[in-house]
Write a protein that binds this ligand. Structure first.
Ligand code: DX5
Ligand code: ZN
Length: 215
């Protein structure tokens, strides 16, 4: 069974409480929250005040995906707002090892996100410090893009690296995930599927969620 994290980027921003109720009732595994700053990625979404406002709506863990420049400067605000996992993009941080440990020292889980052009092999000296690696199967910035097939090979490489070192790290994949790409990803070693438009854009969300969970 795959873990599923609906990405609220594709939820109804005028009715988030309703979509949060659905996620709570459906007991999804994580709520995936995309933070974009309009610099690192060409889109702007939401920040700590919004995460803090959403926090009381559910007990589900928040998987906060930071697509922002210099998270070293602002990560505390996301931790205080109620994140459970914080995932950053390696090139956005000046002192990545220090940042990962700051997150973990507060009792949160820490993850790194790899863009389509980036290799898991570059994580050799940070891998064992991580709780999660989020493989981006689209270029970050927008929902509803097509899945980039080389993510499958990347998932297998990462799975082998994790197994070789006998580590306990969650492999999550984000972007263009649906029942078909999700199946191939789980076969390649993915544990968690992040899905925005496939779930929130579906006429039958329950069915869309079930189709991913069953993988
Ligand atoms: C893209 C975001 C994704 C996005 C996925 O930058 O990180 O989480 O919401 O959307 P879909 O599932 O529609 O590709
Ligand atoms: Zn994301």
């Amino acid at each position: 069974m795959a873990l599923v994290a609906p990405s609220i980027l594709s939820a109804d921003f005028t009715c988030l409480a309703k979509d949060f109720k659905w996620m709570s009732d459906s007991q999804v595994d994580f709520v995936h929250i995309d933070v974009m700053d309009g610099h690192y990625v060409p889109n702007l979404t939401l920040g700590p005040p919004m995460i803090k406002a959403l926090r009381p709506l559910t007990d589900l863990p928040f998987d906060v995906h930071l697509m922002i420049d210099n998270p070293d400067q602002t990560v505390d605000a996301y931790m205080e707002a109620g994140a459970d996992i914080i995932t950053v993009h390696p090139r956005t941080s000046h002192h990545l090892h220090r940042l990962i440990h700051r997150i973990k020292d507060r009792g949160l889980k820490a993850g790194l996100a790899l863009n389509p052009s980036e290799s898991p092999r570059d994580l050799e000296f940070i891998l064992e410090d991580l709780d999660q690696v989020l493989l981006m199967s689209v270029n970050p910035g927008f929902g509803g893009q097509s899945f980039i097939p080389s993510t499958l090979e990347k998932t297998r490489i990462l799975r082998d690296m994790i197994q070789a070192k006998n580590l306990d790290i969650q492999i999550a994949v984000d972007g263009g995930v649906n029942a078909e790409t999700g199946k191939a990803l789980v076969e390649a070693g993915a544990h968690m599927l992040v899905a925005g438009s496939y779930i929130f854009g579906s006429k039958n969300r329950d069915q869309a969620l079930a189709s991913l969970r069953a993988l």
